[in-house]
Design a binder for this molecule. Sequence first.
Ligand code: THU
Length: 138
Amino acid sequence: MTYAQLMAQAVKAREGAYMPYSQFAVGAALLCKDGTVYTGCNIENAAFTPTVCAERVAFFKAVSDGRRDFSAIAVTGGPAGSPSASDTAPCGVCRQVMAEFCVAPDFEIVLGSGPEDYAVHTLAELLPLGFGPKNLHP
Ligand code: THU
């Protein structure tokens, strides 16, 4: 699975976004170390706070299936009805969820508009000095 292929799955997952309030559609594709891919899209709610981001949907689907080891996540988003922009980055809450399961420094976050336009980041870069499992269980 190349990052271009993972990004293509994120673009496809974006089609499922339920975002009547923001009209901002996000897709994510989470690559497990065993090669399985879990996708997610943002799912909004009239009460606003129950809204979940695409990244967390992908993580929670995977974790609820017993997956714990992850290699990378591709994320893409932008206004509904338009192609993805290249600058949609995970929110702070999603970064914190990643920190729970992706303690290894090799977990990578692939951000871009599609298979031909993406950049690779590390979680350490996106969440410096984060609080994680190591703080509770040194
Ligand atoms: N959103 C995501 O799904 N992922 C991100 O990385 C940023 C924001 C969603 C949440 C909400 O449904 C919409 O985008 C606007 O914030």
